[in-house]
Design a protein around this ligand. Structure first.
Ligand SMILES: O=C(O)C(=O)C[C@]1(C(=O)O)C=C[C@@H](O)C=C1
Length: 292
């Protein structure tokens, strides 16, 4: 039986890689440099599936992922992975003794933001430089041993790239989790025994063009009277001018049940544009096994 190819935001030992490994133990995992390239790889058929970060408990939605799924790609979400996130500061072993003199700190923008307070109070004068992922930052530090620089990432990245963790758990709030979407060209949700039992549907809704008052209230009441529980609603720019948005709505129900089908039809009857990303199960990964 041929295994599926799964693209993930790489390189090896990114948080996305750790999440992908848990759900796709026997598949072929392919590291890709950026989120849009991961999504494009699925669209073009280069790979079967991609795993991309969608939301962090401290920083919120990953705009690049949600915007790309709305504006650029016609893909379905076939699973969601939730993973605990622990951020550590790491340096090349050559600089372990004088790590407090680091001249630049590299990481993914979300990771830098998750450690904002730590960085502000501890390294207020040190420039921060954005990388495509935390693992890319760790790799960069390992390839530039002549520079006294640091990276923020997970313990697996420190191990993978031969770095030393000099400060553990530097994220500002204890409850740090990230959700990852597994996206595919086909709308069939992954059903593995270890899912949490929670099914969700993500829909993207654009309000009617006539700018009527109470339009959002009407949209919400479509779900309310059917007792369909929402776990998230968020607006993102339509990119057609100020004040124009689409809404991402997550419903704790399968799109195939009659109440959900009715809700979708009613939204369209109200004049909304509706794009469903499909229904999927949630999978939870264990805490990363610390290697320090
Ligand atoms: O940089 C990584 O390691 C990623 O997998 C990306 C990402 C993100 O985009 O939020 C994933 C989890 C963490 O929240 C920090 C970064």
């Amino acid at each position: 039986m041929s295994t599926q190819t799964v693209a993930y935001l790489g390189p090896e030992a990114s948080f996305t890689h750790l999440a992908s490994k848990e759900l796709f133990e026997h598949e072929t995992l392919v590291p890709i440099r950026t989120i849009p390239e991961c999504i494009e790889a699925v669209v073009s058929g280069k790979v079967d599936i991609a795993v991309v970060p969608i939301e962090n408990a401290l920083e919120g939605t990953v705009p690049l992922t949600i915007d790309y799924l709305f504006h650029e790609a016609d893909l379905y979400v076939i699973a969601e992975i939730q993973a605990p996130i622990e951020q550590h500061l790491m340096v090349h072993p050559l600089h372990k003794k004088h790590w407090e003199e680091i001249t630049t700190i590299y990481s993914h923008p979300h990771a830098l933001a998750q450690c904002h307070k730590y960085l502000y109070y501890r390294f207020g004068q040190v420039p921060l430089d954005q990388s495509t992922s935390t693992a890319a930052a760790a790799k960069f530090v390992s390839e530039n041993e002549q520079l006294c620089i640091g990276a923020i990432g997970n313990a697996s990245a420190a191990k993978e790239y031969g770095l030393e963790i000099v400060e553990h758990n530097i994220h500002d709030f204890h409850f740090n989790h990230t959700r990852f979407f597994v996206v595919s060209r086909d709308n069939h949700c992954i059903q593995k025994p270890m899912h949490t039992g929670q099914v969700k549907t993500t829909v993207m809704v654009t309000l009617p063009k006539d700018d009527r008052s109470g339009a959002l209230h009407q949209v919400l009441s479509v779900f309310t009277w059917r007792q369909l529980n929402l776990s998230k609603i968020e607006s993102r720019p339509l990119k057609t001018g100020l004040g124009n948005y689409f809404f991402i709505i997550e419903v704790l129900e399968d799109e195939k049940v009659p109440m959900m089908r009715g809700a979708m039809e009613e939204l369209q009857a109200l004049g909304c544009e509706v794009k469903s990303l499909g229904s999927y199960y949630t999978y939870e990964t264990k805490k990363e096994v610390a290697t320090f």
